[in-house]
Design a protein around this ligand. Structure first.
Ligand SMILES: Nc1ncnc2c1ncn2[C@@H]1O[C@H](COP(=O)(O)OP(=O)(O)O)[C@@H](O)[C@H]1O
Ligand SMILES: [Mg+2]
Length: 492
């Protein structure tokens, strides 16, 4: 097969930190070449270099035998390289039709009028089985999966001969994934090359001709699909570069606990379907999955931020219909979401953030700052918040300390069930340890706890039982015996 592209000895640093340490990569005409690797391995960075998005790097890029050095994404596009980004680059305010043609070579300018452009858009969507989409509506009024499809179709339509897809399936529903794969087959037939990045190794093994494994900024190997199986692929991805202080394997021995929260056949749009499990008194249930798996969305339903269309939630034996976050709080639910920025008022002092859930529960009939400060001081001491200054704005704290506020402020409300999403993301080892101890304290007090995370280490540190989510469903439960990352990734 004809080699259309070669990257040689690519080095990329952010400041002093090298994130690509001499990576080679090549691509044949009409091939699907998958790139796999853990979060942070450097997959997106390598692809952004190829697509002209990142321009300061070392190494060479050879396109059809000629060295090239793109100075912009536009230049890469002009050379037939298109990228579907992990973070979508569509414009939500513009119509579907505009999104399809704007910024692509032979795009909007070539149309005589809107009518012609919209007609062309309809034709194009029909080719992809998406005729039910109204091309005049703003793209933002459609779900993420559709937005993703539009971005993919736009890239294909732009005439790219090399198409990079960075995590294209995480926002897609199963029928859409199927359609995308059919599309990829058609593109292959036409000689287009596809670079396919995904966490879903089953998908990768389904569709790739060759697979390159990146780990920690290095290329570990490139293999023919038929030379490898899933377990081996996982082993290559993880390698031996594990953190020393992190649990990489745990032994579970969950016992039957009196359930305080039961979730039955809960479905919410395309976020997750038919989810059922229970949480016992003094039990931590870990929800693990990749981005978009549904485990991070479930807490939003439990806290009244999304309305489920089906299913039941039973709290302490009584069915509840959770209508809003305020209602959830009054029922005894607490929630520390993954985004501290959204959870906290960064421009308000620590004490005001700490007492927010508490005051919301008891009602703001006493506006007693002395009492608020007293409660805050107790929590600040208990969590060793640094600096221990209740009047300081929360926005001035480090991420780890903000997280302590976001978690610990629920303690005075004595919740029945505490839900935490990514409680230790982006924290240093010390701060992680403190959050983990805090959660263990709550568990010892008999609280039911749900921890949703995409980091195995966090789940391993806390969970009594682990539910693995994949594409909106619970696909496996671990409650006894050894669990390690390999096993989690097998199911996710
Ligand atoms: N703009 C940036 N500034 C500093 N570091 C970055 C930036 N973008 C990515 N990184 C770091 O580079 C590494 C590789 O990131 P990325 O290529 O996104 O990995 P992957 O796509 O494999 O998950 C990570 O450690 C990430 O934190
Ligand atoms: Mg990435």
């Amino acid at each position: 097969m004809e080699k259309v592209l070669e990257l040689k000895n690519i080095v990329k640093r952010y400041g002093q930190v090298p994130v690509l340490k001499g990576v080679d990569f090549d691509l044949y005409a009409g091939e699907v070449h998958a790139i796999v690797g853990q979060n942070g391995a450097g997959k997106s960075t390598l692809m952004k270099i190829l697509a002209g998005v990142i321009t300061d790097y070392e190494g060479t890029e050879v396109l059809k035998g000629k060295p090239v050095r793109f100075r912009s994404a536009g230049e890469a596009q002009a050379h037939g390289i298109g990228m579907v980004h992990q973070e979508l680059s569509v414009i939500l305010k513009l119509s579907v039709a505009e999104n399809l043609f704007i910024g692509t070579p032979g795009g909007k300018k070539t149309f005589v009028n809107w009518w012609e452009m919209e007609n062309k858009a309809r034709q194009l969507l029909k080719d992809f089985g998406l005729e039910r989409i109204n091309v005049k509506r703003p793209l933002g009024s459609y779900l993420l999966g559709i937005q993703q499809m539009i971005e993919i179709i736009r890239t294909i339509h732009s005439g790219a001969k090399i198409i990079i897809m960075d995590e294209p399936t995480s926002a897609l529903s199963p029928p859409e994934v199927k359609r995308l794969f059919e599309l990829i087959s058609r593109l292959k037939q036409a000689g287009t090359s596809i670079i396919f990045i995904s966490h879903f190794l089953d998908d990768v093994l389904d569709i790739a001709d060759r697979i390159t494994v990146l780990r920690d900024g290095r290329k570990i190997t490139t293999l023919e699909n038929k030379e490898i199986n899933k377990a081996e692929l996982i082993r290559l991805m993880l390698g031996s570069s594990e953190g020393i202080n992190e649990n990489t394997e745990i032994e579970l021995s969950a016992s039957e606990k009196e359930p305080i929260l039961e979730i039955k056949d809960l479905s919410c749009r395309r976020l997750f379907r038919d989810v059922a499990f229970s949480v016992g008194k003094g039990e931590v249930v870990g929800l693990f999955g990749y981005m978009g798996a549904g485990h991070m969305e479930l807490p939003r339903v439990l806290f009244g931020l999304e309305v489920p269309e089906k299913g039941r939630v039973i709290l302490q034996g009584k069915e509840v219909k959770i209508k809003s976050p305020g209602h959830a709080r009054s029922l005894g639910l607490a929630y520390a979401p993954e985004s501290r920025k959204k959870a906290l008022c960064l421009t308000k002092p620590i004490y005001a953030n700490i007492t927010l859930p508490f005051l919301a529960t008891i009602g703001r009939f006493v506006n007693n700052r002395t009492r608020e400060l007293e409660i805050s001081r107790q929590l600040i001491e208990r969590t060793s918040l640094r600096p221990p200054k209740p009047l300081l704005n929360v926005g001035n704290l480090s991420g780890g300390n903000q997280q302590k506020v976001s978690v610990s402020r629920w303690l005075p409300t004595h919740p029945i069930v505490f839900i935490l999403s990514e409680p230790t993301r982006g924290m240093d080892i010390g701060a992680k340890e403190e959050i983990i101890n805090l959660v263990r304290d709550l568990k010892a007090q008999g609280m039911g706890i749900i921890v949703a995370s995409s980091e195995p280490e966090t789940i391993f540190a806390l969970a009594d039982r682990i539910l693995v989510f994949s594409k909106g469903k619970i696909v496996h439960e671990f409650k006894q015996g050894k669990v390690n990352k390999e096993l989690l990734f097998q199911y996710a």
